[in-house]
Design a binder for this molecule. Structure first.
Ligand SMILES: [Zn+2]
Ligand SMILES: [Zn+2]
Length: 681
């Protein structure tokens, strides 16, 4: 019983502290007020009513308003400094409140777990006698039905912050579609509230849709160094660089966006400079992990800032949105360094062949390891594939990639070196048909010919759905005599089960919201949360468009907003809808037949035709009989119309279409698209 009263106070204290912080008070000043209030409270034994907290809400603190985003960089770093310096004193205080008398550790967010049923009822009763706690809305606009198109809006009052803005690659039945971007109608309708995009890292499924969405919602973009470097490349291609406000954020910085404070936390992932976010609003803190892994020996930079996750956990976290991609895999995700050992082995075992390594362009750490080993074994490095060249240039300029002098050579210089003295780093590890490696495998590459003197290394595992394409490329390479290695040369960038558990234990969220993955992945993480003692009703598997309202009082999906896929084909954004897609599918499955005939407009006399051509239906040269038969059917249909005195050309078209459709179905069991064309002379 004693426990619960103690907890209750702490929650209120937190809320009051936030209130003071919002008014611009420094930590030191807040502690003073708290101390004074404690004295008062001891005498009066009251709750917060009439305490120093409430008095202070009426006091305006001049010059301490929120900073506009423009002045952000300096102020943000200043804020973080003062934050860190006040840490020790606060920590002592915090230790005191998070240890229960039994010595058991409980975070504020998990208090329900240690309550008995009676306590819970009492709490509900107390709830009725006070104002409802403020609530924050989480609105995923994509990313929960597939791996890709990650974009989530966080809304509090008149502020919306959007985390990530990714694209998805088209499904097999989206013929001719280049990429898929999210429907952002909800953001467009609330554009006045949208304060900015905060980006976790530079992968396509998190930034790819930015250039398209920024054209409609031009708000500032916040991201870490390499993330912003990659975004800027994209904006340049779309002529958006000049008109987009961009802010490079360092780890530990807090960005103020309306009612939200967003803190960037260092993580590890298969790209440098990945960040998790602590999204703080008056309703509480939401921790969004972004894509991450726990790597104690990363190739570049520091390990994930687990300390900060733990500190946030101590401060109290309302909800955790955690990467689910690998939630089906037991154990820990291996370090990127482990891949380095395999690469070293490959270089030693294949000292007398050329080595070609295919990997993701964005996996700068992997590229770095390959370059390091090439240097170690005295090989020159060629970089092939447009996206690979772009990223390496960006990463080198930002000093997150370190290429030793005289290591990189131009692809034209390849012939000046023996094969065993070169390494080619290339795109195409997913079997993408237009990528450099596929062109090499097809014998279509202008500069590289694959032969028995080649060892090709796939340093990535196929993304679900790409397995077939990858196998096909591997077979072609093997046929050309190359040695192909695809085992153990990759470490995932996402957390396995034990890593997920670690984060849950550190962050101690009140609610669990699995994100980033197909339904099965989200489900797998929900299972992990259950195994950690979370109640079913505290775990939310959301669908895109769900509006989850969260507060200290509870959480529920309240409504739905419009979401969907916008298809991008070439320069057209959204002009390919379901009808066009259905036609494309139809064309792809059964082909097209065109029937052309010419009429005398005056006399309604058939002058020529019907002439029948087809594409993708049957090979005409071997289907003479079929085509002659089809011609007869069309002609008969036309004469039937003439005899009946039909004058409407559309009627002619339909009669011909129906006649041919029946004929082809009877003869071939296929339904090609039939396109009658009438020429009036
Ligand atoms: Zn991702
Ligand atoms: Zn990623």
């Amino acid at each position: 019983m004693k426990k619960s009263i103690f907890k209750k106070k702490e929650i209120k204290k937190d809320a009051a502290r936030r209130e003071l912080k919002k008014q611009g008070y420094k930590k030191k000043e807040i502690r003073k007020i708290e101390a004074a209030d404690k004295k008062n409270g001891a005498k009066k034994k009251t709750s917060l009513k009439g305490s120093a907290y409430n008095k202070s809400t009426e006091t305006e603190v001049p010059g301490k308003n929120k900073v506009g985003s423009k002045q952000l960089s300096e102020t943000a770093s200043k804020r973080i400094r003062s934050d860190r310096s006040g840490k020790t004193a606060e920590k002592n205080d915090r230790n005191k409140r998070t240890k229960t008398s039994a010595g058991r550790y409980t975070a504020p967010g998990r208090r329900e777990k240690i309550f008995g049923r009676g306590d819970r009822l009492k709490k509900d009763h107390e709830k009725m006698n006070r104002e409802p706690a403020p609530s924050v809305r989480i609105i995923p606009l994509g990313g929960l039905e597939q791996i890709g198109m990650n974009i989530t809006a966080f809304e509090f009052g008149d502020s919306i912050v959007v985390v990530d803005c990714g694209l998805a690659f088209p499904e097999d039945d989206m013929f001719g579609i280049d990429l898929v971007i999210p429907d952002t109608t909800y953001l467009e309708e609330n554009i006045d509230k949208v304060k900015g995009f905060v980006i976790t890292h530079g992968h396509e499924d998190h930034i790819g849709a930015l250039p398209y969405v920024l054209k409609k919602i031009n708000v500032p973009v916040y991201g870490t160094r390499l993330t912003m470097g990659i975004i800027e490349n994209k904006l340049r291609e779309h002529n958006l660089l000049e008109i987009t406000e961009r802010h490079v954020v360092s780890f530990g910085d807090i960005v103020e966006l309306g009612e939200f404070d967003v803190e960037f936390i260092k993580t590890n992932h298969s790209i440098v400079d990945a960040a998790a976010l602590a999204i703080k609003s008056p309703a509480g803190t939401i921790v969004h992990t972004g894509d991450f892994k726990v790597d104690f020996t990363p190739v570049y930079g520091d390990a994930i800032d687990l300390q900060r996750f733990a500190e946030l956990g101590n401060e109290g976290v309302l909800a955790l949105m955690c990467d689910s991609t690998n939630s089906e895999h037991p154990g820990h995700t291996p370090s990127e360094k482990a891949v380095g050992r395999h690469i070293d082995q490959i270089f030693r075992d294949h000292a007398d062949t050329r080595i070609i390594v295919a990997t993701f362009a964005s996996n700068v750490d992997r590229v770095q390891q390959i370059i390091n080993h090439a240097y170690k074994y005295g090989r020159k490095v060629v970089v092939e594939g447009r996206s690979m060249v772009n990223i390496i240039e960006t990463a080198t300029n930002l000093d997150v990639l370190n290429v030793p002098d005289n290591t990189l050579i131009d692809i034209d210089q390849l012939r000046n070196y023996p094969g065993e003295k070169t390494v080619i780093i290339t795109t195409g590890s997913q079997g993408e048909s237009m990528a450099a490696l596929s062109r090499m495998a097809d014998g279509m590459h202008r500069k590289v010919t694959i032969g028995p003197n080649d060892t090709v290394v796939f340093s990535s595992s196929p993304i679900p759905g790409n397995e077939k394409a990858v196998t096909s490329v591997i077979n072609k390479l093997l046929l050309k005599g190359a040695d192909v290695i695809s085992q153990d040369v990759h470490a995932s960038g996402h957390p396995c089960q034990e890593d997920v558990k670690l984060i849950y234990h550190l962050v101690q969220p009140r609610y669990a919201i699995p994100v980033h993955g197909e339904f099965r992945h989200l489900k797998a993480q929900a299972k992990i949360a259950r195994s950690l003692g979370y109640e079913k009703e505290d775990i939310f598997i959301l669908r895109s468009g769900d509006v989850l309202e969260l507060s200290e009082d509870g959480a529920a999906v309240r409504e739905k907003v419009q979401v969907g896929n916008i298809l991008v084909d070439g320069l057209g954004v959204g002009d390919v809808g379901n009808v066009v897609l259905r036609d494309r599918q139809h064309l792809a499955e059964d082909g097209i037949v065109i029937v052309a005939f010419a009429f005398d407009a005056q006399t309604c006399e058939l002058l020529s035709g019907p002439e029948i051509t087809s594409r993708g239906f049957v090979y005409v040269k071997e289907a003479d009989d079929l085509m002659t038969g089809a011609g007869a059917v069309a002609e008969e249909a036309i004469y039937r119309c003439i005899e009946n005195g039909v004058t409407d050309w559309n009627r002619y078209k339909n009669v011909v279409k129906d006649g041919l459709s029946d004929f082809f179905w009877k003869k071939t069991q296929r339904r090609p698209v039939i396109l009658p064309m009438i020429l009036e002379v």
